[in-house]
Ligand binder design. Structure first.
Ligand code: SAH
Ligand code: DHB
Ligand code: MG
Length: 228
């Protein structure tokens, strides 16, 4: 078995035991694949991690950047107590249409508000209408803009807000200072700004965790907004 096959097999072992079958989540993946969406949703084990973290902070308001077919959206929506709300931002109208159907099928049609448009346009609008603060924020849209998204996440947060940022390791390319890939440059700039007291560093405490599994070798950043 190659390392990648081993990671995937172990991920299946974990999800077989610890991630119960949820027809709405399975349907969401099937409908997303049928509609030709890329298979880049979080894994089942990662979806459950997002769900458990949102429950642990007793999130009543959740913000997501990058909906795709709504798979992570459904995991997060399931973490909300009755009366909770989730705003998810997606730029691609075709993906958004698939996501809306998946979210409705999961019974979350009244809980989830999907806003269509590039997040750098929908975020200022959300802030202007005092749409926050959010208790839990998942950043998973286009990776070159991650630092800008994180700045908006801070604007829309309160002390105690947990912010998870996906795909920050990218096969270890994070440490390639010569990379000309905007995705890698985004992840590097993000870490520099977390490290800088003048940027995000004074407002959050953060760490990044490398992960392996069905999605290969990648990782996420967990940041907690601190009192200022
Ligand atoms: N969170 C999803 C996966 C998101 S994939 C899950 O785990 O199930 C990244 C998504 O970001 C794609 O759907 C892509 O269309 C969207 N995206 C790309 N650029 C964007 C932008 N500028 N604003 C909002 N969403 C964007
Ligand atoms: C990609 C996007 C993701 O959010 C992810 O988790 C993996 C891959 C991508 O755009 O390739
Ligand atoms: Mg992702």
């Amino acid at each position: 078995m190659s390392p990648a096959e081993n990671w995937a097999a172990v991920d299946r072992y974990i999800s077989d035991r610890l991630v119960p079958e949820d027809p709405a989540l399975a349907d969401a993946l099937a409908a997303s694949a049928a509609a030709g969406l890329p298979a880049i949703a979080v894994s089942a084990a990662q979806g459950k991690l997002l769900h458990l973290l949102a429950r642990a902070v007793e999130a009543r308001a959740i913000l997501e950047l990058g909906t795709l077919g709504g798979y992570s959206t459904i995991w997060l929506g399931r973490a909300l107590a009755p009366g909770g709300r989730l705003v998810t931002l997606e730029a691609n109208p075709a993906y958004a249409e698939v996501a809306r159907a998946n979210i409705a099928r999961a019974g979350l049609g009244d809980t989830v508000e999907l806003r269509l448009g590039p997040a750098l346009e929908t975020l200022p609008r959300l802030a202007a209408e005092a749409g926050g603060p959010f208790d839990f924020i998942f950043i998973d849209a286009d990776k070159q803009n991650t630092p800008e998204y994180f700045a908006w996440a801070l604007t829309l947060s309160r002390p105690g807000t947990m912010i998870i940022t996906d795909n920050v390791i990218r096969d270890g390319a994070l440490i390639d200072e010569a990379s000309d890939d905007p995705v890698i440059q985004g992840a590097r700039r993000f870490h520099e700004m977390l490290a800088s007291e003048r940027a995000f560093g004074s407002r959050v405490s953060a760490t990044s965790i490398q992960t392996v599994g069905v999605k290969g070798y990648d990782g996420f950043t967990l940041a907690l907004v601190t009192p200022r």
